[in-house]
Design a protein around this ligand. Structure first.
Ligand code: SF4
Length: 277
């Protein structure tokens, strides 16, 4: 029998990885949620997801990238960081988090093995996330200055966090094939967000490239040549209904950037505040 550990907020004993419907706070999936096991099935299940709830449920049980499924589950079972050894690990793809009516999306790269892969929430449980959530709180998007576990009361208003890749990759590096396999989930996020969407903030060049590629794939107008990524770089995307969406870049909140002060709290606050127009 799988080992059970108490969830840090609810105390519910849970196996790692957490099966759909086992009681993880905010788990969008149920035991019958359809599972994508191939790139073709990702495309089909993403394009047929009728709303954000169905989309997040399907993302959260996806198994289409064998290397990433192995890695996320191995970390969850036997590769936990010592500080979290007595906690259950989510061990599944990270669903989007935030306001379903958001006018702004924040596009990250991929979950961290002991962050989202442990907590089941984007940017939660690692130092990158600590830096980001403090900024989201200062700029009025987040209800709390920290985000430590699903069920902790954290919430976003006006913003939803999505990602170019949903599973934690070894060495934080998804392969080009894995990025391509995961892309339809982001494409569907854009389509479902489009009626309200005004801005897309991309953390890092991979988030920037992923958002541009997803926008192009769903038929949005993307400038040519491809706009260059940079901190506070901007580009305009054209929606099929004639509206436009601002694409904004920010250096990623990785420790490499924040410890070296390449990205400071003031710099991040400034781009977040610019999302409000
Ligand atoms: S990276 Fe994306 S496509 Fe690959 S298994 Fe995870 S959720 Fe599925």
């Amino acid at each position: 029998m799988d080992r059970l550990d108490p969830h840090p907020v609810t105390g519910t004993p849970l196996p790692s990885p957490a099966p759909p419907g086992a009681g993880w706070p905010g788990d969008p999936a149920r035991p019958g949620t359809p599972v994508a096991g191939t790139p073709a099935r990702v495309r089909r299940l993403a394009s047929s997801a009728g709303d954000l709830g169905a989309l997040q449920a399907r993302i959260s049980v996806c198994r289409a990238c064998p290397r990433l499924v192995r890695w996320r589950e191995e970390v969850a079972r036997t590769g936990r960081r010592a500080a979290f050894a007595d906690q259950p690990y989510w061990g599944r793809p990270g669903p989007s988090f935030g306001d379903p009516q958001a006018e702004a999306l924040l596009v990250g790269l991929a979950p961290a093995a002991n962050g989202t892969n442990r907590t089941g929430r984007m940017f939660t449980g690692d130092s990158s996330g600590d830096f980001l959530w403090a900024a989201l709180y200062r700029t009025g998007f987040a209800a709390r200055p920290t985000s430590f576990a699903a069920g902790d009361g954290q919430a976003l208003t006006g913003l939803r966090i999505v990602a170019a890749v949903r599973c934690a990759p070894p060495a934080n590096r998804p392969t080009p094939a894995e990025r391509a396999t995961c892309a339809p989930w982001l494409q569907r996020e854009l389509e479902l967000a489009a009626p309200r969407l005004r801005t897309v903030l991309c953390l890092g060049s991979i988030g920037w490239d992923g958002a541009l590629a997803a926008a192009r794939a769903v038929g949005w107008g993307v400038p040519r040549p491809k706009p260059r990524f940079g901190h506070a770089a901007e580009a305009t995307l054209g929606l099929p209904d004639g509206r436009s969406v601002r694409l904004v870049g920010s250096y990623h909140v990785s420790p490499h950037n924040t410890y070296t002060k390449r990205l400071t709290p003031d710099m991040l606050d400034e781009v977040l505040l610019s999302l409000r127009g």
